[in-house]
Design a protein around this ligand. Structure first.
Ligand SMILES: NC(=O)C1=CN([C@@H]2O[C@H](COP(=O)(O)OP(=O)(O)OC[C@H]3O[C@@H](n4cnc5c(N)ncnc54)[C@H](OP(=O)(O)O)[C@@H]3O)[C@@H](O)[C@H]2O)C=CC1
Ligand SMILES: O=C(O)CCC(=O)C(=O)O
Length: 446
């Protein structure tokens, strides 16, 4: 069987088995369609049906999460953990709390995580989880009761050498604290079972900043390799959560003017450069909406809708909110807006038409699994610190993060060169991430 027909047959089986999982199919087909050349060089992977095995999660756990709201009503949410692949280490990946969470979304995230984690060079397999619970508007006590119920079930399937969850959308320091507290109550203190923990109970310095900072370190490499620099550029950032805030902070520290931040209702434009301290106060302290920024910061303007429809001139597009936030039409307008590079802080924020539009327009494209790998990389460093019973300094962790992001860019660029697609950093990241996992799966037999 030719490499191309092998890949297409795996995709056809996937579609037939899970016709109602569009996000998962999008993630799988986007990756598989770029790694076909690998199977021309490695027919042994076809014979061992590495791809067929890779697209099927090793274990899928779905469970009921009953909890009591402040009025005494019993609420039920649906919890998930998809333990996708453990070829190179214990399952690792975040938990998302958002009303949109379903099996397709958790599978797409878990699938992406396999290759992202491989790119970090650290020994971690791929997983993701979450629930269709909406933390917005809930009291701290409600969030705590939800997290305790969620962990009561999840605790049966995780452990420091088995599966190590962390945060994602809707899961920050508060939620990780409640989750860890309940795990400890049930199983005893095992710090390595979660990452993104508070600093007072085993968290790593720089984990909070890692995804956003890592995105900017990656973008720096992407620009330097193409005879460009960060300093003096204008950036549009979407989202106003953990990733967006720390991407904006590092970008501004390196001389970029960040024009926007957003949430799911709208976006603010601040031509003076976004005031990151004000965003932190609104989003992290007050848990408010981004509209408030325009009410507080002179000169800033609030608009409803998507920031990718804004009429702005800028150089860098840094989507840091959610999947499929940029479609083909929005992407097609980026060239005229002056954009030279898109680097993804969110997971799968560009839909397939958008990715095609970047290529047509000659826009540099840094895909999520490479560009946002800094968060999980520092999570793996946190696991190492927990095993050693030590805490590394911010400077040390930040410098390890920087080196990892430089390595990820280089490994992606080198793989693209080796497989004849120079400058295609998406294909390069997919190939480099895949090869390590495939090699480990092949070595370990069936
Ligand atoms: N945290 C981490 O370490 C990592 C996160 N990521 C990815 O980065 C992205 C952001 O995560 P993170 O910052 O942690 O999450 P947060 O929960 O901290 O923030 C999410 C932000 O995205 C916005 N958002 C969510 N859904 C939508 C939507 N449908 N349309 C527009 N905006 C939306 C939220 O706005 P609103 O308040 O209105 O919902 C909020 O501003 C996700 O794709 C996540 O998977 C990737 C790697 C690591
Ligand atoms: O830190 C982690 O383990 C998970 C980070 C994450 O969920 C992601 O990379 O998308």
């Amino acid at each position: 069987m030719s490499a191309a027909s092998y890949v297409q047959s795996v995709l056809a089986t996937l579609k037939q088995r899970d016709p109602n999982q569009p996000e998962f199919f999008e993630a799988a087909s986007t990756l598989l369609n770029t790694i076909t050349p690998v199977f021309e060089k490695h027919p042994e992977y076809v014979k061992a049906n590495i791809l067929g095995r890779l697209v099927e999660p090793e274990r899928v756990i779905q469970f009921a999460v009953p909890w009591q709201d402040d009025q005494g009503n019993i609420q039920i949410n649906r919890g998930f953990r998809v333990q996708f692949n453990s070829a190179i280490g214990p399952y690792k990946g975040g938990l998302r709390l958002h009303p949109s969470v379903n099996l397709s979304i958790v599978k797409f995230l878990g699938f992406e995580q396999i290759f992202k984690n491989s790119l970090t060079t650290l020994p971690i397999g791929g997983a993701k989880g979450g629930a269709d619970f909406n933390p917005k508007g809930k009291s701290d006590a409600e969030v705590m009761r939800f997290c305790q119920s969620f962990m009561t079930e999840l605790s049966k399937y995780i452990g420091p050498d088995l599966d190590v969850p962390a945060g994602d959308i809707g899961v920050g320091a508060r939620e990780i604290g409640y989750l860890y507290g309940q795990y400890k109550r049930l199983k005893g203190a095992q710090r390595g079972v979660l990452t993104g923990k508070g600093l007072s109970y085993g968290g790593s310095l720089a984990r909070t900043e890692a995804t956003g900072y890592g995105l900017i370190y990656y973008t720096d490499e992407l620009l330097k390799a193409n005879e460009e620099t960060l300093a003096g550029k204008r950036a549009v950032i979407s989202g106003a959560g953990n990733v967006a805030i720390h991407a904006a902070e590092k970008a501004e520290a390196l001389g970029v003017k960040v024009l926007t931040v957003s949430d799911s209702n709208g976006y603010v434009v601040d031509e003076n450069g976004v005031d990151v301290a004000a965003v932190k106060q609104i989003k992290e302290v007050e848990r408010g909406r981004i509209k408030t920024y325009a009410e507080r910061v002179a000169g800033a303007k609030y608009h409803k809708g998507s920031v990718w429809d804004a009429d702005l001139k800028f150089d860098l597009a840094l989507p840091c909110a959610t999947q499929n936030e940029i479609d083909g039409e929005q992407a097609a307008r980026l060239k005229a807006a002056g954009v030279i590079a898109v680097a993804e802080g969110a997971n799968m924020p560009s839909d397939p038409d958008a990715i095609a539009a970047y290529a047509d327009a000659g826009i540099l494209y840094g895909p999520a699994k490479a560009a946002n790998a800094g968060g999980v990389a520092v999570s793996a460093l946190e696991m190492g610190q927990n095993s050693r019973r030590e805490s590394d300094s911010f400077k040390k962790v930040d410098s390890q993060l920087h080196e990892i992001m430089q390595h990820i860019f280089k490994a992606s660029a080198d793989a693209a060169d080796e497989y004849g697609v120079t400058g295609n950093y998406e294909a390069g990241a997919n190939i480099a991430g895949f090869l390590k996992v495939a090699d480990a799966m092949y070595a370990q037999g069936m």
